[in-house]
Design a protein around this ligand. Structure first.
Ligand SMILES: CC(C)(COP(=O)(O)OP(=O)(O)OC[C@H]1O[C@@H](n2cnc3c(N)ncnc32)[C@H](O)[C@@H]1OP(=O)(O)O)[C@@H](O)C(=O)NCCC(=O)NCCS
Length: 192
């Protein structure tokens, strides 16, 4: 896969690879129960965040692009450089060019459209740069902020899995959302 240019700039944001210097900024939100509630992990200690960020920072985007497993984006405010969240694009099926998007933001910066703006940049990279055919996202049906974000992005609700697994000790209700490359191209042309 071709290299990804660093950083990715949007109107208000800069998406860049993680560095180990980001640990405290990530711990500020990965350490919160409200942020971990619908994730596969529990709220993280600083040591656990050090482990995560070390993995994300190792070799930067060059290594991640070469491995073709996942790219992790540090989302920062362009003006101040403050880190407000992380996004991941996972390459789930290389032959069928299927990607999965994931997002976790610091609630102190919620409600301003930053996650939407960052996700659009990740979609542009996924469809434009990595030539993905489809990008999907999954969330707990109770995670309203997450599915509203996917609807705001123009993704389609494709499935509602009912009590298909146990999640943190209770039946899991899971929504699947997706967008095809041609749907993205149509939306992009229309300027959203
Ligand atoms: C999912 C998550 C990223 C969504 O965050 P968010 O703040 O709702 O999303 P955005 O940053 O895109 O902000 C959207 C809100 O800002 C408003 N907004 C303000 N200015 C905006 C702009 N310029 N563009 C778009 N929306 C804007 C929108 O109306 C929306 O508010 P509403 O929900 O009251 O309608 C966040 O809740 C989160 O990190 N949760 C914890 C982790 C998690 O559960 N991740 C998902 C696991 S599946």
């Amino acid at each position: 896969m071709a290299d990804l240019s660093i950083p990715i700039e949007t109107e208000r944001l800069r998406l860049r690879p993680f560095t180990i210097a980001d640990v405290d900024a990530v711990h500020a939100y990965h350490g919160l129960d409200e942020v971990a509630r619908y994730q596969y992990w529990e709220q993280r200690s600083r040591d656990e965040v050090v482990q995560e960020v070390t993995k994300w920072a190792d070799g930067g985007w060059d290594r991640q692009v070469a491995d073709a497993e996942a790219i992790v984006f540090a989302v920062t405010l362009s003006q101040s450089g403050i880190l407000i969240g992380d996004m991941v694009l996972l390459f789930r099926d290389k032959e069928a060019r299927q990607g999965e998007i994931g997002f976790t933001f610091n609630p102190s910066h919620g409600g301003k459209g930053y996650a939407t703006e960052a996700a659009r940049a990740v979609f542009a990279a996924g469809f434009g740069h990595f030539n993905l055919h489809r990008i999907f996202g999954r969330c707990d049906a109770r995670n309203r902020a997450s599915w509203r974000l996917m609807e705001r992005l123009g993704m389609r609700r494709e499935a509602h899995f009912r009590e298909h697994a146990l999640f943190k000790g209770v039946w899991d209700e899971e929504f699947h959302y997706a967008m095809l490359a041609r749907e993205w191209a149509e939306m992009d042309k229309g300027g959203f």
